[in-house]
Each structure stands twice: as structure tokens, then as C-alpha cells.
Design a binder for this molecule. Structure first.
Ligand SMILES: [Zn+2]
Length: 177
């Protein structure tokens, strides 16, 4: 029988989006100070309740965890590019296609770029209307404070100038005034 729990439904391939995977983002590493110098420590993905040991050198990050492929750790190469205004910016190099990317996704314990895994962003799988709705919703959360009685008003502390600018965007997109 094909009811929920019988196993039947689980065989239907579910579309996987980037947002569903565990991601390693070079910007996060930078923000956390991981990229500075030769260090080691732990990286964690609280949402997935997973963590990995990392050690970083000038040219690679090595990740070690039982859920990751590679007993010696997974080596992810770093690839710098020169910035327009001097200095350098770090990228990951995908271990399969050698693309320079800002973030890698982990599927089945292996970090690869989204191109290799053919992963779309969740918003790409939506219709135009659905995307619009999400945008409108985000804008709404940005602009308004909500009250329990259903009224809403300008977010506390927001400048009127900002409010008017966002409000114009909101109304132009079809938001109700
Ligand atoms: Zn790749």
C-alpha cells in the first residue's frame, strides 16, 4: 500500500535545493576569522547539528569529521584572486571541476560546487508569482512592526526617508498600503 510510512513515498526523488544542503561559505570563514593565518578549530552547522574539525594552511582547508568522505580529511583548496583595490580575495576551488567558487555544498559527505551537483536555489524553482510573494513578504517584515490587533506601522526607529523608499518599492510591487 502506498501510504505515508510504508516506504513508498520515500522512493520518490525529491528535488534538492542548495538551501537543503550543508554549505561552506568562504565569506563565513572570513567573518569567523578562520582565514587569517594557520589555525585550526571547529566549524559547526547548528541547523544540521553537525560539526567538523578544520585546519587551515595558506593554500587549503582540511576538514575532518566522521560524516565526511576521506579518512585523512577532506582537502579543499583555496584560490586567491586580486582585488581591484589591492589586496586579495580568497575563493574555494571545487575539487571536481576546479571552478573558483565562494561556497561549496556538501552532499553525501563530499563538498563540491553547486554546478557539479546541479543544485538550483530554492527561489529558482518557484514561479514568478511565488518569488514576488516572497519578496513582498520580506519587504513587509523590513518595513512594518506588526501588532496583535492586525494593525501595522512603520518599524520602530526606522528613518522616514528609508521608510518612504522601501514603501515605494513595496507599493510598486503590488503591496497594499
Ligand atoms: Zn564543481
Amino acid at each position: 500500500m502506498g501510504g505515508v510510512g510504508s516506504g513508498y513515498w520515500y522512493r520518490v526523488p525529491r528535488r534538492i535545493y542548495i538551501e537543503d544542503t550543508l554549505q561552506l561559505d568562504i565569506r563565513d570563514l572570513k567573518r569567523q576569522g578562520v582565514l587569517n593565518g594557520n589555525g585550526s578549530g571547529m566549524l559547526s552547522w547548528p541547523v544540521k547539528q553537525l560539526s567538523a574539525e578544520y585546519s587551515i594552511g595558506s593554500a587549503e582547508v582540511v576538514l575532518k569529521a566522521p560524516w565526511l568522505v576521506g579518512k585523512q580529511g577532506q582537502h579543499i583548496f583555496l584560490s586567491p584572486s586580486d582585488c581591484n583595490f589591492g589586496g586579495q580575495r580568497q575563493w574555494f576551488e571545487c575539487g571536481a571541476c576546479f571552478r573558483r567558487v565562494a561556497s561549496l555544498c556538501c552532499l553525501n559527505g563530499l563538498f563540491r560546487c553547486r554546478h557539479c551537483y546541479c543544485l538550483p536555489y530554492r527561489t529558482q524553482g518557484m514561479t514568478k508569482e511565488a518569488r514576488q510573494f516572497v519578496k513582498l513578504n520580506k519587504l513587509e517584515q523590513l518595513i512594518f512592526d506588526r501588532y496583535d490587533n492586525g494593525f501595522r506601522c512603520k518599524k520602530y526607529g526606522m528613518h522616514w526617508k528609508t521608510y518612504m523608499k522601501l514603501m515605494t518599492q513595496y507599493v510598486n510591487m503590488g503591496g497594499a498600503q
